[in-house]
Write a protein that binds this ligand. Structure first.
Ligand SMILES: [Zn+2]
Length: 107
């Protein structure tokens, strides 16, 4: 069985201590952004899913890291983001994703 057949798990992401993020078409949505349990979600769709949208998630996290530190290079930021995300995937029983960090500018 490969990860491609696995459903993306729900996990804490939007600031709650319990799983408050769910994946919909590769992007995360806030489970607390509904009017009633199980109702439509109003907040999300911006952040790529760490399980099925790995490279986009790394790019987004790396850009955040790069913005936060003047000493950070794009290559270092992508390396840190990919390592952190692969550790996170392992904790959820997913394989680590192959990824080669590069030093290109963030778009
Ligand atoms: Zn997903």
């Amino acid at each position: 069985m490969t990860d491609a057949n696995k459903e993306c798990p729900e996990f804490p992401f939007f600031g709650a201590s319990y799983p408050d993020a769910t994946c919909n078409n590769g992007y995360l949505w806030d489970l607390d952004s509904c009017d009633e349990p199980g109702g439509p979600l109003f907040s999300g769709g911006d952040y790529p899913c760490p399980f099925c949208n790995f490279e986009k998630h790394v790019e987004r996290s790396a850009e955040n890291l790069w913005n936060e530190s003047e000493q950070m290079t794009p290559l270092r930021a992508r390396t840190l983001a990919a390592d952190g995300l692969n550790a996170f995937r392992k904790r959820h029983g997913f394989h680590t994703a192959p990824y080669t960090p590069h030093d290109g500018e963030f778009s």
